[in-house]
Design a binder for this molecule. Structure first.
Ligand code: E4P
Length: 217
């Protein structure tokens, strides 16, 4: 399972990279705005800075919603760095653009996926990654993990090569449950990754080992 971090914060990206378990980064316009990054040039420079920290896929989202605009923006983002994956929304022109990019060897991440039908369409169009937003589904009293289960079934039934990128992961249990179901990738906050470290018996056990070691001297 690949671990992506879902942030545009360079310090957090460095911290996750430093842990040695980071496979990539996802961003979106809201995450960019949160870091105060705005304007085409600043956004592109920020993507380059992220690519210089992480040796893995970095999703860069298009803002355009029409086919020509998505293609223009996506091609320009893909030129920034070999690791850029063009993030395209699950809309009609987005699906067309994913097929266009896929035919030209430009990798894509189909974002804002909320149903098995959308996931099927994204895979048919040749998306490299397909991102179901599980946290946002949970937010409306529905079951985000169930969508991942359905996607796994559909993709395995037909051997689709699109990778299931569990997005909108909010906490550590989401990470574990996505791993159990067989999501190919998860993207979440640093806290969800660091939470995997925690177990009280580890802390108690280590404290005892260290105390015994001190006592035996
Ligand atoms: C995915 O690529 C999105 O950036 C992200 O996971 C959205 O998460 P949120 O629902 O916590 O905003």
């Amino acid at each position: 399972m690949k671990f992506f971090i879902d942030t545009a914060n360079l310090d957090q990206i460095r911290e996750a990279q430093d842990l040695g378990v980071l496979d990539g980064v996802t961003t979106n316009p809201s995450l960019m705005a949160k870091e105060g990054i705005s304007g085409d040039n600043a956004v592109k420079a920020h993507y380059k800075a992220i690519c210089n920290i992480v040796d893995g896929d970095v999703s860069a989202e298009v803002i355009a919603t029409d086919f020509d605009g998505i293609v223009r923006e996506g091609e320009s983002l893909a030129e920034l760095h070999d690791n850029i994956v063009v993030k395209v929304p699950m809309i009609r022109d987005g699906v067309k653009a994913i097929r266009y990019f896929s035919d030209r060897g430009i990798r894509t991440n189909c974002t804002l996926v909320f149903s098995p039908g959308q996931a099927l369409l994204a895979a048919k169009a040749g998306a490299t990654y397909v991102s179901p937003f599980i946290g946002r589904i949970d937010d409306i009293s529905s079951d985000g993990l169930q969508l991942i289960e359905k996607m796994r079934l559909i993709y395995d039934n037909y051997g689709f090569e699109s990778q299931i990128l569990a997005a909108s992961v909010r906490h550590t249990m989401h990470v574990i449950e996505c791993a159990e179901i067989g999501a190919d990738v998860m993207t979440g906050p640093l806290s969800a990754i660091l939470g995997l470290l925690n177990h009280p018996l580890t802390d108690i056990g280590l404290e005892k080992f260290l105390a015994d070691h001190r006592g035996s001297k």
